[in-house]
Structures are given as structure tokens and as C-alpha cells.
Design a protein around this ligand. Structure first.
Ligand code: NAI
Length: 302
């Protein structure tokens, strides 16, 4: 042990190899960023077909980066794309992928039982030093971690969509997360070129805990007849300097996602007025008007 370093700095695991479970929107984005910053990545999903699509997505996104970054040197750009892709391997067997890795980062479906089943299985197979982390947006990290015996080596690593563009990572330690694990997750986020913030295992961490009640308050204001959607959106863009108003932002996120998050929080904290249901939101979701992805939400899209 080196003198002059705190014991946490000495013992924090340096994450070189990362296994990302879930090759959807978030998992592919995280894999791209980790591979671009020199980490070896194993991307896991349920089938080879899905994984092929994930790698295609990563390749397409890298080519967009390269078009700008290597505008006058296309050959160097191609070399860069191939170098990054070399850092990514894929597997449809989470158990074997977890065996030689420093970090298992999960970005699968937002369902507590499914996440618990996955981690409980991997807990038996991953090396002792391996840190587990979840990218969940709305579930409790402690609840997910409770399915494992490595509570001290479990944390939250919450990225934002689209991952290659968004600079923030919320790093969440539970009451059982060790300082070493927390330090490793903070360092890993920095190595990815992101800015990490530290947060507690509370609903929505920081960003969503402030953003979702704000969005909900906009629905309630509109439901009371105190402002049209258009006026509320214009007001928040021009008056508060937000890039999108709350109704536009809702359509971008997906109304089903917002409802899912709110319904989950209400179970955890039923009397919190910030989580009160919105009839308008419920009606639109019931009608399948989920926002941009379905062509209609609060607004219509071509
Ligand atoms: P997605 O639906 O695009 O991708 C999920 C992927 O996980 C799918 O490819 C699916 O085949 C795979 N999968 C499901 N169960 C699996 C299992 N047992 N083993 C291996 N693969 C499995 O979802 P998305 O949007 O990427 O979200 C993933 C996680 O990230 C969720 O927990 C979500 O709450 C969280 N998140 C989502 C954000 C977003 O804006 N979409 C932002 C931040 C976090």
C-alpha cells in the first residue's frame, strides 16, 4: 500500500473491462462511449439479432462523429471507427460475459423483478472484485442490489439520452455502497469524458426528481385552465431559457415513460403532492398517444 494515498484511492477498482447488459438505446450509447475511451466492452442482449442491430447503431453513430471530427481525413476517420469497434464484443450469454469483467452495468427493461433476477444470477458467476451497477431511471438501487450478496460493490450509474451527447452521469451510492466502489464509479464516469455528480438513492436522483414534478405541474396548470400548452412551452423557453417547454419535452421523452415513472414513485410515496396523477396524461397514454414515437402526444408530428 502506497503511503500518501487514502486507502480508498488505493483500493478502488480501476475499470478496464465493462460488461453492458442490454443493447437498446442506452446500452449501445454507453458501449460506444466506453469503447471510444479505450475500455474493452462486452455488450449483452437476449439474441444475436438484437446485438447485430446494436452494433449497427454504434457504427452509425461513430460515423456521424467521424464525419465532423475527421472531415478532411476520411481514411483516419475510418481507422478510428474500426479501432473503436474492435473494443466491442457481443454475447447473448450474460453469465459467461460477467466472468472476466470489472464492471457489470445493466441497462435492460425497467422492471424490478427482471433486474433482480439478472443480478442474482450474475452474482454467483462474476469475480469477487466486480462492481455491479444499474442505469435505472426510476427504481431503487437498494431494491435491485438486495438480490445480490455484494451490497458494498453495487451502485447506480445513471446516464442520459443520447449518451454520446449528454455530459452528465449521476453516480448513486446506497447506504451499503463502499467508498471504494463509489470512487471507482466516479472515476469511470470521468474516464468516459462525462461529468459525474453524486446523488442519493432517492426517487429520480437529482435530474428527474426536479424535472418530472416540474413537468407534472405544467400539466396541472393546463388542466386548471391557467395556460395553453403552446403558451406554457413558449413561456418556459423564452422566460426560463429552457431549450424545450414541458409539453414538447414530454412528447420527446414519451408519455408512457413519464406515466410509468410517476406511477412507480406514487407507490413509494403515495401522499407526495409532487407525484399527484394527471388525468390528461392518463387519457393520452390510454389512447396510445405517447409522443413523438407514435406521431402524436400533446402535439401532432408528421
Ligand atoms: P431499450 O428498450 O431501448 O433497451 C433495453 C434492451 O434490454 C433491449 O434491447 C432488450 O432486448 C434488452 N433486455 C431486456 N431484458 C434483458 C435481459 N434479461 N438480458 C439481456 N438483455 C435484456 O431501453 P432503454 O431506453 O435503453 O432503457 C434501458 C434502461 O435504462 C432502463 O432501466 C431505463 O429506465 C434506463 N434509462 C433510460 C433512459 C432513456 O432515456 N431511454 C435514460 C436513462 C436511463
Amino acid at each position: 500500500i502506497c503511503r500518501g494515498f487514502s486507502s480508498s484511492a488505493v483500493r478502488a477498482v480501476v475499470i478496464k473491462h465493462v460488461t453492458i447488459i442490454g443493447g437498446g438505446q442506452m446500452g449501445s450509447g454507453i458501449a460506444q462511449v466506453a469503447a471510444s475511451t479505450g475500455h474493452s466492452v462486452t455488450l449483452v442482449d437476449t439474441s444475436e439479432d438484437i446485438l447485430k442491430k446494436s452494433v449497427k447503431t454504434i457504427e452509425g453513430s461513430l460515423r456521424r462523429v467521424v464525419k465532423k471530427k475527421f472531415a478532411d481525413k476520411p481514411e483516419a476517420g475510418e481507422e478510428y471507427v474500426q479501432k473503436v469497434l474492435k473494443n466491442v464484443s457481443t454475447s447473448s450469454d450474460a453469465g459467461s460475459a460477467a466472468q472476466g469483467t470489472d464492471l457489470v452495468l445493466e441497462a435492460i427493461v425497467e422492471n424490478l423483478q427482471v433486474k433482480q433476477d439478472l443480478f442474482s444470477h450474475l452474482d454467483k458467476l462474476a469475480p469477487a472484485h466486480t462492481i455491479f451497477a444499474s442505469n435505472t431511471s426510476s427504481l431503487s438501487i437498494s431494491d435491485i442490489a438486495s438480490s445480490t450478496s455484494r451490497l458494498d460493490r453495487f451502485g447506480g450509474l445513471h446516464f442520459f439520452n443520447p449518451v454520446p451527447m449528454m455530459k452528465l452521469v449521476e453516480v448513486c451510492g446506497t447506504s451499503a455502497t463502499s467508498q471504494e466502489t463509489f470512487d471507482s464509479l466516479m472515476n469511470f464516469s470521468k474516464e468516459l469524458g462525462k461529468t459525474p455528480v453524486s446523488c442519493k438513492d432517492t426517487p429520480g436522483f437529482i435530474v428527474n426528481r426536479l424535472l418530472v414534478p416540474y413537468i407534472l405541474e405544467a400539466y396541472h396548470l393546463h388542466e386548471r385552465g391557467h395556460g395553453s400548452k403552446e403558451d406554457v412551452d413558449i413561456a418556459m423557453k423564452l422566460g426560463a431559457g429552457y431549450p424545450m417547454g414541458p409539453f414538447e419535452l414530454s412528447d420527446y421523452i414519451g408519455l408512457d415513460t413519464i406515466k410509468f415513472i410517476l406511477d412507480g414513485w406514487r407507490v413509494m410515496d403515495p401522499n407526495n403532492p409532487s407525484f399527484a396523477p394527471s388525468e390528461l396524461l392518463n387519457k393520452l397514454v390510454a389512447e396510445g398517444k405517447l409522443g413523438k414515437k407514435t406521431g402524436e402526444g400533446f402535439y401532432k408530428y408528421k
